[in-house]
Design a protein around this ligand. Structure first.
Ligand SMILES: [Zn+2]
Length: 292
């Protein structure tokens, strides 16, 4: 993201985009080198240092002798390079994100395809399994934005909120149908081999509306979504066990207690209480809109 902001002073669009690709290539080369350097250190460890992991949990580790290094075994693992904030990157480069402009979507796919090709090249060059991760970056999402705002100021659509958008997602505040979201985000999944997620926010009580869920599952099939989920909130009274899907429920309608536990999806997984979310992710949650 920061790389795209650094290009914003260039007024010529083509030059701005090519400047971004140059910076992006530099950053990818650096990430691959760093991962290789870490591997070069890790591979010097011997089997006996990992009595649990290297006793059959890693494929082939049971064939190693105690003083053998773990190199051959850990090189079967993957080294992932991830990214967040494609939406903000596109706003910086062409003024719009990929949910609202075909030009931005074309550029977004060009950027992530470029990343994928670079990563395939790293696998050849270093002989490791490099992979491309669509990361939610729960921690970095807030940290990067704060840092960039301090350095570059408040940029509309980019650093004017407390988080960067998860990987190649359409921004959470953007109103669109589930189908539009699936159509835009689907093509990225084929490139993001180390992991990705698609989600749709729905309102109301999903437990009584299986058709709504089935329609979303059909969209996932249609647009080649690798992994998807449906987000809906769920409240549970910790005192009496009452459950519902009312928004911002603070008082239990059954026992009038205020010990309400709200279940929400932070990224890939469900979190029982939002009390422990960091400020970046809480700000994102507040901005989320229902897709309909
Ligand atoms: Zn209750």
């Amino acid at each position: 993201m920061k790389l795209a902001i650094e290009c914003m002073n260039e007024t010529d669009k083509e030059k701005r985009i090519s400047m971004f690709f140059n910076k992006f290539e530099w950053a990818l080369d650096l990430a691959a080198k760093q991962l290789d350097e870490r591997f070069q250190f890790q591979k010097t460890a011997s089997k006996k240092q990992f009595p649990l992991l290297m006793n059959g949990l890693w494929l082939g580790s049971d064939k190693l002798k105690d003083d053998d290094t773990i190199e051959s075994v850990i090189n079967q693992g993957t080294l992932s390079i991830g990214f967040i904030g494609l939406a903000e990157c596109l706003i910086a480069l062409v003024g719009k994100h990929h949910g609202e402009s075909q030009e931005a979507q074309d550029l977004g796919l060009r950027i992530i395809t470029f990343m994928k090709e670079k990563i395939n090249g790293f696998s050849e060059k270093y002989q490791h399994n490099y992979s491309l991760l669509a990361t939610p970056a729960e921690g970095l999402s807030g940290k990067f934005t704060k840092r960039d705002r301090k350095k570059f100021g408040i940029l509309p659509g980019i650093t004017d909120k407390d988080y960067y958008t998860n990987s190649s997602h359409v921004p959470v505040y953007y109103h669109c149908t589930p189908e539009h979201k699936a159509k835009i985000e689907g093509p990225y999944h084929a490139l993001e081999g180390a992991g990705h997620i698609f989600y749709v926010e729905i309102d109301g009580d999903a437990t009584h509306n299986p058709e709504a869920i089935m329609k979303i599952v059909d969209l996932m099939d249609k647009y080649n979504i690798g992994y998807g989920s449906v987000n809906h909130n769920r409240n549970r009274c910790l005192d009496c066990g009452y459950e519902d899907a009312t928004e911002n429920l603070t008082v239990c309608p059954h026992c009038h207690g205020n010990n309400i536990d709200t279940l929400q999806r932070i990224t890939g997984y469900l979190v029982g209480t939002t009390n422990r979310w960091n400020s970046g992710k809480l700000a994102e949650l507040k901005d989320r809109v229902v897709h309909k």
